[in-house]
Design a protein around this ligand. Sequence first.
Ligand code: CMP
Length: 139
Amino acid sequence: AVTRTFSIIKPDATRRNITGAVTKMLEDAGLRVVASKRIHMSREQAEGFYAVHKERPFFGELVDFMISGPVVVQVLEGENAMQANRDIMGATNPKDAAPGTIRKELAESIEANTVHGSDSDENAAIEIAYFFKPEEIVG
Ligand code: CMP
């Protein structure tokens, strides 16, 4: 089925001016950008977004990194979009990511790993609603 997922192009990618290269890899994987905006998250916004990780040892650094520069938040649409996006992103740690994936080809480290993608359809709906109003999504 055609579904939607949520993606963030992270500050390491905006800093290196490679948001187009990342988006091309998403599009080449069959995903369509149906909403996109460049934002600079507040600390409160980033903490809320990553609330599921707040007990993790890396939470503070993760939030600091995610507010260190602008990001591009996107809604992606395609056949089984959540899984298709996870496949093209590759493993969280670029050292473990397969050749041809965004993280293998472009990421700097496990923290500066270029992209976030929702890990389930349920979380995709929650994450999309965190950043986008329904009318901002144009399929
Ligand atoms: P993301 O998909 O955005 O979700 C949580 C993020 O935490 C993850 O990608 C990584 O970029 C980041 N992170 C930083 N350190 C770690 C770690 N040791 N293990 C897992 N994720 C980490």
